[in-house]
Design a binder for this molecule. Structure first.
Ligand code: NAD
Ligand code: NAD
Lengths: 206, 206
């Protein structure tokens, strides 16, 4: 099994390689790729070794080849379509973020129970009533549901997404959600990042 | 040194303990605390062992005592004041998020270079011109700067924050930023969470 920490560094390597390819750089040394990614060169080599032998001895890595390989590992060599439940502050910020489209991740629609939000557009994306979620997921070949509703509504929304046939859920609500074994939940707790920072700051300031 | 993965689980334990304390539960077994936090009981015991001996043999943990202890470890037994640079989609969503205040983290002001945004309010928080950032940080005892500007502006904003005396930076822009050794940067890359999900989904669907 590939360690989770290794998986979480791949998008960083991917982003750096994208920058290099835009600069028309075709070969990059492991030292340079590591420095631009903010890791040690031995960590980079260890991470990549899980996926096979890529480096050309003495010359470094072929940028185009490594990009394609990482795309396959991250599953972004294909398109993924998403729906977002909860068209509030966070849901609308995510819907309009152009960074997802660069990786073949497309937000197809937002859903909300608030009639005042239904029928509106966020950028080019429609806000639809929650009752329409199941039909929309099945007609538009959606794979991923994003939860940006208040904590107490999150489990109910997850149940609806599972019944609609979604296999992946990206959950921003600060609660654990129960789903069947064939559904994957990725938690995103923004508070954790800030509390990690406050922990390191308070250790320094003592 | 405490492993980063342990630090990142503490806010989860903290949130569960807060829920228990609201339910007026004063003792909790390690099995129950572990189950509610989504970890194994041996992982929970191992995480807490870094900070001392808390469990009462056979009776579990004292909820109030453990809450206070985790507050101290996370550095949230004190107030932290934040400013956010970039009053766009993400910056305004973060500014109005009530979840930070629960942990003693207060957003004092937003800053932006766009004159159309300056002078407006986001909830009760003012949007001020970037030129005022240094003066504001020094007059209002601010410790943390949040970066939600486009990637190409991030390093410039970080330099300004360092000059203003900020010691902690929470960076959402998808670039690495260079800072002196006495400044701590916490990266938050929302794309990483989504790409981790697509990785696990594509492995399942093969
Ligand atoms: N705003 C942030 O920066 C931030 C940061 C971290 C975590 N979160 C979490 O993300 C979630 C959303 O936060 P927000 O700040 O966008 O809140 P918000 O109140 O702005 O938006 C919530 C939206 O969900 C809708 N909603 C409520 N119940 C629903 C249901 N059953 N089905 C469908 N829609 C429903 C509401 O009508 C509203 O539009 C919360 O769980 C919050 O804890 C937000
Ligand atoms: N929106 C999201 O969900 C999301 C997700 C992941 C990452 N991000 C990252 O967060 C950052 C902000 O994204 P957004 O979607 O809010 O963008 P946005 O365009 O809505 O907001 C950016 C804001 O920064 C301001 N700005 C630009 N240059 C500045 C400078 N030098 N000093 C001060 N302010 C400046 C702009 O006027 C604008 O108000 C980006 O780096 C983006 O990659 C956003």
């Amino acid at each position: 099994v590939i360690p989770r920490a290794t998986i979480s560094r791949l998008p960083v390597y991917f982003r750096v390689l994208m920058e290099l390819s835009h600069m028309e750089v075709s070969l990059v040394s492991s030292d340079e790729l590591a420095a631009r990614s903010g890791v040690s060169s031995s960590q980079l080599r260890k991470d990549l070794s899980y996926f096979g032998e890529f480096g050309i001895r003495g010359a470094g890595y072929d940028v185009g080849f490594l990009l394609q390989k990482i795309r396959e590992i991250l599953g972004i060599h294909r398109e993924w379509r998403l729906v977002i439940a909860g068209a509030g502050k966070l849901g609308t910020a995510l819907a309009r973020y152009s960074g997802f489209a660069q990786h073949g991740l497309e937000v197809a629609a937002l859903f909300d129970i608030d009639p005042g939000k239904q029928g509106k557009m966020t950028g080019k994306i429609p806000v639809l009533p929650m009752e329409d979620l199941t039909g929309f997921v099945q007609e538009h070949d959606i794979q991923i549901g994003v939860i940006t509703v208040p904590a107490q509504a999150a489990q109910g929304v997850a149940d609806l997404m599972v019944r609609a046939g979604l296999k992946g859920i990206w959950n921003f609500a600060p609660v654990r959600i129960e789903v069947p074994d064939d559904v994957i939940v990725q938690y995103e707790d923004l508070v954790v990042g800030l509390l990690t920072l406050s922990h390191h700051l308070s250790r320094r300031m003592r």
